[in-house]
Design a protein around this ligand. Structure first.
Ligand code: UDP
Length: 244
């Protein structure tokens, strides 16, 4: 997509009609893959993300096993058709880095010490990307972990705030990410108010940075409610099925 003249219109609305502090429409579903231990699917604006979890299971190769806890592994991958210009299916440096960043954002939530000598593997597939896919990947993977029945301190949820045309904005889409002034992705466990990921691209004043963090946390708290509803929805379905 070519560079737009402006990211905000005269009324201060964004290119997709959103207000500055408005999230993209978001929906989630849990337990959609029959052959994974846990899974989830998320749509956030034009982002489409699938996450699958396997484990806790025996570690291969065996020498990676830890005597006192499970290891958490994560692969973030973009499908070749997920972006405008076909992406090579081979893992790029960016995907390797994001896999680590996402793993680190999820790890504090998981009681790894409950499962020594095992591994928990997370696979995140970006089916369609429109900015903020690391955050969408974290939100989806946390749901898939919960769906796999893995004990967690809290769900992890992520959202970015940033700056475009001089104004702070919430939940950046690709054009805002590319042509805006800053992007601040943040992940947290809202139930225990703990931040597990904070990055920044671009530049902000200290005051703007603090405001952006507050906006991103507020976005996270809203997405957290949708996450919890998605988990509950699965168990309502299970209950109905068992009562039939
Ligand atoms: N993107 C792309 N091709 C690529 C990688 C990224 O078009 O090979 C786009 C995609 O829409 C992505 C956005 O650039 O969501 C922003 O990427 P970034 O690295 O900032 O990560 P994200 O914001 O998705 O977490």
């Amino acid at each position: 997509m070519s560079k737009p003249e402006k990211l905000l219109d005269k009324k201060g609305l964004r290119l997709d009609g959103r207000k500055l502090d408005e999230l993209r429409p978001i929906k989630m579903e849990v337990g959609i893959l029959a052959n994974a231990d846990g899974s989830a699917y998320l749509e956030q604006g034009r982002n489409k993300v699938l996450a699958a979890v396997y484990g806790p299971k025996e570690v291969h190769p065996k020498h990676l096993a830890l005597p006192d806890r499970a290891i958490l592994r994560c692969r973030y991958h973009m499908a070749p058709f997920s972006v405008e210009e076909r992406k090579s299916p081979a893992p790029s440096r960016r995907e390797i880095e994001l896999s680590k960043v996402i793993r680190d954002a999820l790890e504090p939530a998981v009681f790894l010490e409950y499962y020594p000598r095992t591994s928990i593997d997370i696979f995140i597939e970006i089916l369609q990307a429109d900015g903020g896919t690391r955050c969408a990947g974290i939100t989806t993977a946390a749901l898939a972990l919960a769906d796999a029945g893995i004990p967690m301190r809290d769900l992890v949820v992520a959202c970015a705030a940033g700056k475009a045309d001089g104004k702070l904005i919430l939940d950046l889409m690709d054009l805002e990410d590319k042509y805006g002034e800053a992007d601040v992705p943040l992940a947290m466990m809202p139930g225990i108010n703990a931040v597990t990921l904070l990055q920044m691209d671009g530049s902000l004043t200290l005051e703007e940075f603090e405001k952006a963090i507050e906006m991103a946390m507020e976005g996270c708290r809203k997405i957290y409610e949708v996450q919890k509803e998605a988990l509950k929805a699965k168990y309502v379905t299970v209950k109905e099925e068992t009562e039939e």
